[in-house]
Design a protein around this ligand. Sequence first.
Ligand code: NI
Length: 249
Amino acid sequence: MIIDSHAHLFNEYYDNIKDVLDRAKAAGIIKVVNAADTIASCKEVIDNANKYEDYYFCLGIHPENVDEDINELEKLIEDNKDNPKFVAIGEIGLDYYWTKDNKDKQIELFENQLKLAEKYNKPVVVHSREATQDTIDILGRYNITVYIHCFSGSKETADIYVKRGYYIGVGGVLTFKNAKIKDVIKDIPLENLLLETDAPYLAPTPYRGKPNEPAYLLETAKFLAEVKEESLENIDQKILENSRKIFSI
Ligand code: NI
């Protein structure tokens, strides 16, 4: 039994989310934490969590959507602050891969959401792409629980995150042939790891190239067990504990 700590089960990607959740459950993936990326998707995940028992959600604006309205986000957070399925602020962060031209805006949006996390006492789910140093510097100024999703950084970066007690998300990339991240993940303590699909993206081997879904997380879990030289049962149990702890579920 494990929890998929990061997915995007949105209506635009799946015809029938109920079926996706049923397949997940049959594969031992008992809950799915869905991260929003726009105001529209925030509303959608709230709605889906009302419909589906094992559907949990995070509210946030992704760095690729810097023009979204933070005030509207805060209102949604306020309205849902006592909803037990609202588990984190996310997916937020910095992404300099596509463009650096709006760096200042990205940083402002990121910090404003980190302040919301402090105010509402929620963990944050962070996306960081080609922006490691800024991510490290900015997060260092806040006293919040951090989950670095889809981690692809160096050993040095992992060391900094582990020292700060951050959680590090391991996804389908770990199962790709010649994935350099294997050596980095191997040295990260199990207490700091979470398993995630990032569905519909980054399907693990042998589903690589297909739309991803939470049921496939089992493949990544098997791979992680190999990399960490632990039994699958042990991996499942520890990762489940970590997910329950960070999200209070
Ligand atoms: Ni994501």
